[in-house]
Design a protein around this ligand. Structure first.
Ligand code: COI
Length: 355
């Protein structure tokens, strides 16, 4: 596949900025977007016309494959600004790698790393005023690709659009998070698309999650589709369990997203000398752990969710509350991670990348 030279990005600047209309202290996650977006089209077997232009709706043919067969993938990343006004990304190579493995799984073309990186970096530089300094302030980055090819025939499109949009963000979950453990519905199955960051994986969770929301739970923790006995991940994040002083999280598989925050927390925990196991966790272990006091914490980990402590979980109509603890590993790891991302402390791993 030939690739467009990434340094030939055309830039069309917005005539005005919307930034003064935004209340940066009261942001609903993912609902405000910056002045510009990046786009590039895949046509005739190559990526063409990389452009940064004003954020705006655009026209598509109603028969575009994405509308009918869901050929759509995305990523979630964040940009941070330090006290010197430098802009930093966190492990962008991991997101680009995962984006392209999602593309392969969904029969879509890969986006060359140089094109992705150049498009993103130039967009961030243009909209840099939208990245606010200070712990907790981030610019959420949503790269995505959709099938734009014409016709409702059920085979892969030959045309695609890759876009990057940016949204200033604070916490994804602002209040307490309570979860419901899935007994019937499944997120993914072996051989399926659970490890790909594809739109349908999220859409498929909306109905069961809305049922959980009605009962006061923010998220569902998915269990394996075959037996519903093993805990896998929640819809917006991977999940960690602290059993006594050991952190346990499900191993990645065809059913589980290989989360960048997940793998970072594993490496950070190892460096801190915290015992960590990647193994299946049984629902029964949680119930026993609550009863005998060995289950100390549950928390989610994801780019949007960062590290989100979970207050309690329900299983088969019974609600179990986690104990209140002084020495939360979730909060320790969250502080270390966010300080590193915001360049307030050293990054011993070399994960932070200045653009
Ligand atoms: C992210 O954490 O970036 C995600 O893509 C999850 C999404 C549901 C907000």
């Amino acid at each position: 596949m030939s690739t467009t030279q990434a340094n030939k990005i055309e830039i069309i600047k917005a005539p005005t900025t919307k930034i003064n209309e935004v209340d940066f202290e009261n942001l609903n996650f993912g609902s405000v977007f910056t002045d510009h977006l990046f786009e590039c089209d895949f046509k005739n077997g190559e990526w063409q016309n990389p452009t940064i232009k004003p954020y705006a709706p655009f026209m598509m043919d109603p028969s575009s494959r994405v509308f009918h067969y869901g050929q759509a993938i995305f990523e979630g990343m964040k940009a941070y600004k330090d006290d010197n006004n430098d802009i930093w990304l966190f492990r962008p190579d991991e997101n680009i790698k995962r984006f392209n493995s999602s593309a392969v799984r969904m029969a879509m073309p890969e986006v060359p790393e140089q094109l992705f990186t150049e498009g993103l970096n130039q967009l961030l530089k243009l909209d840099e005023a939208w990245i606010k300094k200070g712990l907790g302030n981030t610019l959420y980055i949503r790269p995505f690709m959709i099938a734009t090819g014409f016709g409702v025939v059920a085979n892969p499109s030959d045309e695609y659009k890759f876009m990057i949009i940016l949204s200033p963000a604070k916490a994804y979950y602002s209040g307490e998070v309570k979860v419901l453990i899935a007994e019937h519905f499944s997120r993914a199955a072996n051989g399926g698309i659970g490890a790909a960051k594809t739109a349908g994986n999220y859409a498929g969770q909306f109905y069961p999650t809305s049922l959980a929301n009605k009962e006061g739970f923010q998220q569902v923790i998915w269990t394996d589709d075959a037996t519903h006995t093993k805990l896998e991940e929640a819809g917006t994040m991977n999940v960690f369990f602290r059993i006594n002083d050991t952190l346990v999280t499900a191993p990645t598989s065809e059913r589980i997203l290989d989360g960048v925050t997940r793998k970072s927390l594993i490496d950070m925990a190892k460096r801190e000398g915290i015992a960590i196991e990647e193994r299946s966790v049984l629902v029964s272990e949680l119930i026993e752990g609550i009863k005998d006091g060995s289950l100390k914490e549950i928390f989610g980990a994801g780019t949007a969710a960062v590290v989100s402590p979970i207050k309690g979980f329900a299983y088969k109509e019974e609600y179990f509350e986690l104990p209140k603890i002084e020495d939360s590993i979730a909060l320790q790891l969250k502080e270390k991670l966010t300080n590193m991302q915001h360049k307030l402390t050293e990054d011993p791993f070399g994960w932070t990348v200045k653009i």
